[in-house]
Design a binder for this molecule. Structure first.
Ligand SMILES: NC(=O)c1ccc[n+]([C@@H]2O[C@H](COP(=O)([O-])OP(=O)(O)OC[C@H]3O[C@@H](n4cnc5c(N)ncnc54)[C@H](OP(=O)(O)O)[C@@H]3O)[C@@H](O)[C@H]2O)c1
Length: 253
């Protein structure tokens, strides 16, 4: 996706490449990158917290979220850390957020980005459910939002349901592991699944079958990547090229 974008932007002589990194070597690796000619890096699980910690100039949102997915290396030696997952979520939604209500499933790094993004964008209410309820409570204490603990099991219908758990990644049935049933999905104005899979995850497929608006994980992958591209290059991201590189076709929904 990034290499296709670089070529489309006339930067075909640049390269975006995969660098496997052991957690204990991340700091050392990142510190060596600028001298090796790298202008930036994306980091993913499990490095997002460590990437923030090693940055010398984190953005306010990366600091608030506690995780960074994009590092840029400044000519003076500063390492800037940003989180582009958060703005990508808000930008991908089919409606604006002020006054809306949301239910976020999960309390890991991506849930933190989602809760921060939705609250920062003016959501009226953000409820957070997590398999381990203590983590949802901790997240809400830190970032705002309300823990959605319902002994009876049924969670409220809201404008937006955002799955920030890794459920579905291995093809497992989300309706076995998450506190929503397929038919419950009609109670949400839009269903977002951060998990991405070729085609659609079962959560996204079930929402589409019921006529509910959806944003899938591939669209968020493109969105966060487009914002990272802008940071790396200072140029407008060729989003359609990136989408095509990820999906093999333009977005359909
Ligand atoms: N599309 C994108 O651009 C994008 C961006 C970021 C992340 N993601 C995807 O989003 C997912 C979550 O990422 P993350 O960084 O937030 O991961 P993380 O920090 O490891 O958090 C994982 C979350 O999933 C929950 N979980 C794991 N297994 C579960 C199960 N069997 N039943 C219920 N809950 C379960 C965990 O609950 P506990 O606290 O109870 O363990 C936790 O809330 C990953 O699949 C990742 O690939 C996609």
């Amino acid at each position: 996706m990034q290499n296709a974008a670089l070529t489309a932007a006339g930067l075909g002589h640049w390269r975006y490449q995969l660098l496997p990194a052991a957690p204990e070597l991340l700091h050392e690796l990142v510190r060596a990158l600028p001298a090796a000619g790298f202008l930036g890096a994306n980091v993913t699980i499990p490095h997002k917290g460590a990437a923030l910690a090693l940055a010398t100039a984190p953005t306010d949102r990366a600091r608030a979220i506690g995780a960074a997915n994009t590092l840029t290396f400044e000519p003076g030696g500063a390492i800037v850390a940003d989180n582009t997952d958060a703005p990508a979520l808000v930008a991908a939604l089919p409606f604006t957020i002020p006054g809306r209500s949301a239910l976020v499933l999960g309390a890991g790094g991506s849930a933190r980005a989602a809760v921060w993004a939705l609250r920062n964008a003016g959501a009226r209410e953000v409820q957070v459910w997590n398999r381990s309820p203590d983590r949802a409570r901790e997240l809400c204490a830190e970032l705002g939002g309300t823990p959605a603990g319902t002994p009876a099991g049924r969670l409220p219908g809201v404008d937006l349901l955002v799955n920030c758990t890794s459920v579905g990644l291995d093809g497992s049935d989300p309706f076995d592991r998450l506190p929503v049933s397929a038919d419950d999905l009609t109670r949400y104005g839009c269903v977002v699944d951060l998990v991405y899979a070729p085609g659609a995850t079962r959560l996204i497929a079930a929402a589409r079958e019921r006529g509910v608006a959806t944003v899938d994980g591939l669209e968020l992958l493109v969105g966060q990547g487009a914002l990272s591209f802008e940071r790396f290059t200072g140029r407008a991201p060729p989003v359609e090229t990136m989408r095509f590189a990820v999906r093999g076709r333009p977005q359909l929904s």
